[in-house]
Each structure stands twice: as structure tokens, then as C-alpha cells.
Design a protein around this ligand. Structure first.
Ligand code: BGC
Length: 748
């Protein structure tokens, strides 16, 4: 029998009390067992970039586990195979620790660079986030461990996150905030989805029938269970009605009693209770069946993977005069500056905080790779909270001055980025900036390596020759930085989020975070690069940007067919060649642009990407396929996706602002079907409607005016934009309600 059928037969044997009990957790990290009929308890743990299995009841102590790079880092690898491998490793650690569900990945969009959990999320772009999430889920679940895709939906700020309503229109939700979830659900079927703390348009995510049932299950085909974020249940009865299967952490009898009463009072039909319990039970059964007893994992192998992943995630932002990689063949003194070189920042604070098995530091790893030719000196330059003193600065300046080259490790201290707190500014601590300026004044050969989980402002960007974004690279980030700085690994990361010049340029400035419990997404679909494109703003570093120690050329774009009809898919091929001297990897990005949309659309949108590994002089053909949905916008009147007939540009390149190849295709689709005519339809909609146009002259006459085509522009606009029910009033009742109804029936 499959798990679903077994779950159904078990539900049939459960008492009402047992049903109410299983809907709420057994403490913080387990589901309730029902021993009488053999339903086991299931264990869940955070996630996402490492296992945080809490031990001994405390909130902070968790078992030692491999700390992989955080989401903003790994998304910058643009490597779905790599994140899938990480998923497998995470599942091995779950199996070894008797954890059945890992609470991740987190895929909320980065609406503002100030979002406190941005380090825990992949991107500002739904396709990049969705594809990374799908691969992560596939990896974890391939070993029989479940995932929990979070936080559904529009959970984009930390400030007062349990009460602030995310208010956004349907198009913005469908085009920007939901597609990552949609891709992950459709491509990877996570075993569970975590409903967010916040209300969406004033309806709590945990009790939102539209989100949990209509969209998640009916439209996307989700078959797992929905769990609340920890403490996100507002009204337990409303949650069950909306399809919430599991409240976490458990609330004892608090919500259970309310649910019991609601069933007894027939406010919730028993069948509804069964409907939400079945998917939960099916997952519990599946998790138990795939659980490996006495499993172990290879911590050494996971550490190697963590180092490779961190290195793939590093983004080389600037490398003037080829300062990097360090030439280790020549004797030299390298000044290593910045306390982060010895006490790295490698993950964010909050529920995702892993207790790492080990931590590598950039200083130690550089020492190992540098060899005997190289003398390394060190100066801390700043303290743990990011502040500095004259003494610390002087010591750093001295070291830098005496060296041939300086590498300065800076970034955001731990208290700058955390779950529960949004950032206050884009700035690095003043102490870090002062240190960088001071070192720069004595040492022009300066490489700044950044450790931070989200975009930062870099006021010295034009004067520092080399800048490396190392993110929060996990426990092996130190080794990865040494690999990239010494050229052992050629950097291939590309920014998964835009770096703005200043906060005032960002999409929801100055409204982020909302402080009045109403987060109004006034910028709509224009977040991330969509915003910088629309406003023609030059970012500090654009989305998708990253340098390499080699150079790639793009050529021979072939898009077929050039004219596409209703159902055809589009094939895209191009050649990428490594024209430099060392092996490297390029992230090829494909964007789509509608040339003359009738609605406001982003300048371009990412639709596909591929990471290509190329030796010197090697070239490869890269292929993509696009489908109708890749050209569609979400129409709020039709409540559906619409592809307009017309010309679309296929843009391929190395970043969102470095598009190397382009070709226009024509889509010959039938124009979207006319909307049904109603009393609210405009006069012009009648004119353009296949059946409605027959009544157009009569309606115009009803208004008591001449043919709109023959009057001046303003009068025409006034008339044509008028809803037709107004004719009754304008004609002082001569045009009757009955006639209006008759026309509507005939034109239907
Ligand atoms: C976080 C979730 C996390 C849960 C359990 C919540 O506060 O928002 O991401 O999975 O706690 O620790």
C-alpha cells in the first residue's frame, strides 16, 4: 500500500481527540505519536545551510554539524548540481542524527537589501531562487529526508514580523514573490511547506485559503503537508480550515481544545480534519520508512564539499591590474589585515545558526598554501563589534606599509545581520571603512575580502584595486578564500543580488521596513534588477555580475524557430569560449524582454542560466529551452498568465548589465481572449469585443453624444473610458436597466 492509502486507513482508525492532538507538535521539534495504532513521532530540525538539531532543550545548543555556505553565498555559485550535492550531504547528517525533516530551504525574495534574513535567502530573482531551491530539495529528499520550503509567502521583513501585513497586488505576488515557490513545488515536491508569520493582504499566511489551498494545492499540485512557522498560528481553527496540518511548536491543549470544540459544534466538518491530517501522516510514514538506523556521515568529505561550495560562491568584484591571484612564485611579504582573517564571519544569527564541526580561517589556510617564499604578517585592525582604535589602525598601517601586498578582511559583524532584525543601513562598520582607507593610503596593492550575507555599500570602491565578495561562506570559507586568493580556484561566482550605490537607490526606500504593521509593496514587480533597469539607475555591481581570472567570449546565438506559434517551444543555442590562459567557469544568463508590451513590464527578466566549465581555449555549445510561460505576464483581470503576440528579445550574457548576444523572435499567439462583458465594462471594451461591437452605436447614442471617433481627444477619452452602466444615469433613465441587461445577455 502506498503512504497515502496507509495514511487514509490510519486516519479512519483515529479518535477525534487523537486527530486534534496530532495537529499540534509534541514540543518544539517532534510530532505526536499515536502509539495505539502505530503512528510514530517524526522529528524536524533547522536548516537550511546545516543541521541545527537542538540538544538538551535549550534554544542555542545543537549537535555539531557541517556548516555549509549560507543561501546568499551558494546562490552566487549559480550551480544547481553543487547545491544538490549539498542537499545530499545535509540529508546524510539528518539520517545520522535521526532527523526526518530539515527546515529549509528559505526562498523569500530580497525586497530590500536591508532584510535581516537576506543571508538566509537565495536571491532577488525568482528563477534563480526557485531553481536553487528545487535542486536543494531534490538532493535532500533523494535520501529519504523531507524538506520544508519556507516561508510561504511574502515574508520579507523581520521588524514586527508576526503582525506586519504584506500588502501586495496579485500580479506582484504571482510574478515576483510566488514563482520561486512554484518552481520548487512543481519541480521537486517538498514534503512540507512552512506557512509564514505574516499576514498577506491582512489574512495570516497560516490561515490563508487562497494561498494554502487554491494556489499551493489546486494550481501547483502540492501534495505534502503545511506546517506553521514556529509560533505563526494565530487562530488554530482558521488554520485547519485553510489546510494547515501541523502547528509548531506544540501548544499543548490550547489550540487542540478549540479545534475539538469547532468539530463538535460542526464549525469544521470532520472530513476537513481528515483532509489536513492525511498528508501529514503520509509524510510521517514515508519518513519513518526511509529512516536509516545507525547511519553515519563522513565529516571530512562534507568539509571538503563545504570548501568547494564556498569557493564556487565567491564573487570577484574587481581586479584592477590583475592584482589577484597572488603570485606565489616570487618571494614577497603579504600583510593579512582584519580580525575576520582569524575569527571569520561565516554564518548568520537566528534559527539557522549551526554548531560547526570545525572552522577554517583565511589566515591559517593562506599560510598553508603560501609556501616558503611568502612571509605573512598580521594585524587585527578592528574589534569584534567592528569598531577600531588609533592603536589598531597604526599597527595595521605599519604591517601594510612594510609588505608588498595587503589583503584586508572586512564585512559585517554578527550583530549586523540576524533573523528578527532588519539592517539599519548598507554601510560597513565605520571602523572597517576607516581601516580600509588608512591601509590604502600606504599600500596601493590592496585586496579587500568581504564577509557579509547581503549587499553592502563600498565608498572606497574606485580606489581599492581588488575586491572579493566571500559572503558568509560556512565553516570552510577560510580555505575557500585562500583557494581563490592564491588562484588554486578560479572564481566563478556571480552576484545573486544587486549591490546598490546607496540606500536611497533601493526599490522600497524609504519604506523598508514598514513600521506601522502595514508593509505596502508600492514598488510592485520592480525589485532587484527590475527596479534598477526601470529607473535607469547604475548599481554599484549589477545582478549576475562576477569576474574571473580568465575571459570568456560569446558567439553564434541560434534561436529557433524565429517565428513561434501557439504551442511551440523555443530552442536557444550559443557558444561560450574560454579565451584566457587558465581554466574557469562561466555562468551564462538568459533574459527575455518584450519589445512593445501593452502593460508595464520589467525591462528584462531572467529565465534560464547554466554554469559552464572550460579549459583554456575550450569552447562549448550551451543550450536552453523556453516555454510559453517564460514570455507571459500575469493579468489581474483574467487572473491568469497571458502571452501577448509580438516581438520578444532573447538576451544572453555574463550579467544583467553585460548582455553579449541578442535576437528577436516573433510570437504569433492568438491575442488574449476578450474579457467577459459586464455592467462595469468600458465603452471601448464593447467597441473591441467580437459580440459587443454590434451594440456600440446604441450605447454611444445612449450617452446622448456623437460617435467618439469624431470628437476631440479629451471627449473621446471621457466617453470611451466610461463604464456602460452609467448610461442609465446620463440618459436620465431613458436607457433602461432592462435594456442594459438584455444587451449584456446577448453580448455574452
Ligand atoms: C524561523 C524558521 C525556523 C523556525 C524553527 C522560526 O523562528 O522563522 O525559519 O525554521 O523558527 O526554528
Amino acid at each position: 500500500m502506498d503512504y497515502l492509502s496507509k495514511a487514509k486507513s490510519l486516519v479512519a482508525q483515529m479518535t477525534l481527540e487523537e486527530k486534534a492532538t496530532i495537529l499540534s507538535g509534541d514540543g518544539w521539534w517532534r510530532t505526536h505519536a499515536v502509539g495505539r495504532i502505530g503512528i510514530p513521532s517524526m522529528s524536524v530540525s533547522d536548516g537550511p545551510h546545516g543541521l541545527r538539531k537542538v540538544e538538551g532543550g535549550g534554544l542555542q545548543t545543537s549537535v555539531p554539524a557541517t556548516c555549509f555556505p549560507t543561501a546568499s553565498a551558494i546562490a552566487s555559485s549559480w550551480d544547481t548540481k553543487l547545491i544538490q550535492e549539498i542537499g545530499i550531504a545535509l540529508a546524510e547528517e539528518c539520517q545520522a542524527n535521526d532527523v526526518h525533516i530539515l527546515l529549509g530551504p528559505g526562498i523569500n525574495m530580497k525586497r530590500s537589501p536591508l532584510g535581516g534574513r537576506n543571508f538566509e535567502y537565495f536571491s532577488e530573482d525568482p528563477v534563480l531562487a526557485g531553481k536553487m531551491a528545487a535542486a536543494y530539495i531534490q538532493g535532500v529528499q533523494s535520501l529519504g529526508v523531507g524538506t520544508s520550503l519556507k516561508h510561504y509567502a511574502a515574508n520579507n521583513q523581520e521588524f514586527e514580523r508576526m503582525v506586519t501585513s504584506s500588502n501586495l497586488d496579485e500580479r506582484t505576488l504571482r510574478e515576483v514573490y510566488l514563482p520561486a515557490f512554484e518552481i520548487a513545488v512543481k519541480e521537486a515536491q517538498p514534503w512540507s511547506v512552512m506557512a509564514a508569520y505574516n499576514p498577506v493582504n491582512h489574512v495570516f499566511a497560516t490561515e490563508n485559503i487562497w494561498l494554502l489551498q487554491d494556489i499551493l494545492r489546486a494550481q501547483w499540485g502540492f501534495s505534502g503537508f503545511v506546517v506553521s512557522d514556529w509560533g505563526a498560528v494565530h487562530d488554530g481553527v482558521a488554520g485547519v480550515k485553510a489546510g494547515l496540518s501541523l502547528e509548531m511548536p506544540g501548544s499543548g491543549n490550547y489550540h487542540q481544545n478549540k479545534v475539538l470544540r469547532a468539530v463538535q459544534d460542526k464549525e469544521i466538518p470532520l472530513s476537513k480534519l481528515d483532509e489536513v491530517i492525511v498528508p501529514l501522516l503520509a509524510v510521517i510514514l514515508q519518513a519513518k520508512a526511509s529512516h536509516q538506523i545507525n547511519a553515519t556521515f563522513d565529516a571530512e568529505h562534507h568539509d571538503i564539499l563545504a570548501r568547494r561550495a564556498a569557493a564556487e560562491s565567491i564573487v570577484l568584484l574587481k581586479n584592477a591590474g590583475d592584482l589577484l591571484p597572488l603570485n606565489l612564485d616570487e618571494p614577497k611579504t603579504v600583510a593579512v589585515i582584519g580580525a575576520f582573517a582569524k575569527t571569520p564571519r561565516y554564518q548568520g544569527s537566528g534559527s539557522s545558526q549551526v554548531n560547526p564541526i570545525r572552522i577554517s580561517t583565511a589566515y591559517d589556510e593562506l599560510r598553508k598554501l603560501a609556501g616558503e617564499n611568502v612571509v605573512l604578517s598580521y594585524a587585527a585592525g578592528f574589534t569584534g563589534d567592528g569598531s577600531t582604535t588609533d592603536g589598531l589602525i597604526d599597527a595595521a598601517v605599519q604591517q601594510a606599509e612594510a609588505a608588498d601586498v595587503a589583503i584586508l578582511f572586512a564585512g559585517l559583524p554578527g550583530n549586523y545581520e540576524s533573523e528578527g532584525i532588519d539592517r539599519l543601513s548598507l554601510d560597513l562598520p565605520a571602523g572597517h571603512n576607516r581601516l580600509i582607507e588608512s591601509v590604502l593610503s600606504v599600500q596601493p596593492n590592496l585586496a579587500v575580502v568581504l564577509m557579509n550575507g547581503s549587499a553592502v555599500a563600498l565608498p572606497w570602491v574606485d580606489r581599492v584595486p581588488a575586491i572579493v565578495e566571500a559572503w558568509l561562506g560556512g565553516q570552510a570559507g577560510g580555505g575557500a578564500m585562500a583557494d581563490v586568493l592564491t588562484g588554486r580556484v578560479n572564481p566563478s561566482g556571480k552576484l545573486s543580488e544587486t549591490f546598490p550605490v546607496r540606500l536611497e537607490d533601493t526599490p522600497c526606500y524609504p519604506e523598508f521596513p514598514a513600521r506601522n504593521r502595514e508593509a505596502n509593496y508600492g514598488e510592485g514587480i520592480f525589485i532587484g534588477y527590475r527596479h534598477y533597469d526601470a529607473r535607469k539607475l547604475e548599481p554599484l555591481f549589477p545582478f549576475g555580475f562576477g569576474l574571473s581570472y580568465t575571459t570568456f567570449s560569446y558567439s553564434n546565438l541560434r534561436v529557433t524557430p524565429a517565428v513561434v506559434t501557439e504551442t511551440e517551444n523555443i530552442s536557444i543555442e550559443l557558444t561560450v569560449k574560454n579565451i584566457g590562459k587558465v581554466a574557469g567557469k562561466e555562468v551564462v544568463q538568459l533574459y527575455v524582454r518584450e519589445e512593445r508590451p501593452t502593460v508595464v513590464r520589467p525591462e528584462k527578466e531572467l529565465k534560464a542560466f547554466a554554469k559552464v566549465d572550460l579549459g583554456p581555449d575550450e569552447e562549448k555549445r550551451v543550450m536552453f529551452e523556453l516555454h510559453a510561460r517564460d514570455f507571459a505576464y500575469y493579468d489581474m483581470l483574467r487572473h491568469g498568465w497571458v502571452v501577448e503576440p509580438g516581438d520578444f528579445e532573447i538576451l544572453v550574457g555574463a550579467s544583467s548589465r553585460d548582455l553579449r548576444l541578442r535576437q528577436t523572435i516573433e510570437i504569433q499567439r492568438n491575442a488574449p481572449k476578450s474579457l467577459p462583458l459586464t455592467r462595469d465594462s468600458l465603452l471601448k471594451e464593447f467597441k473591441n469585443h467580437p459580440k459587443g461591437k454590434a451594440f456600440y452605436p446604441e450605447l454611444v447614442a445612449g450617452f446622448g453624444m456623437g460617435d467618439p471617433d469624431e470628437v476631440d481627444l479629451a471627449v473621446r477619452a471621457f466617453l470611451e473610458d466610461m463604464p456602460i452602466y452609467k448610461i442609465c444615469a446620463f440618459s436620465e433613465g431613458r436607457f433602461t436597466e432592462e435594456r442594459l441587461l438584455e444587451i449584456l445577455t446577448k453580448a455574452h
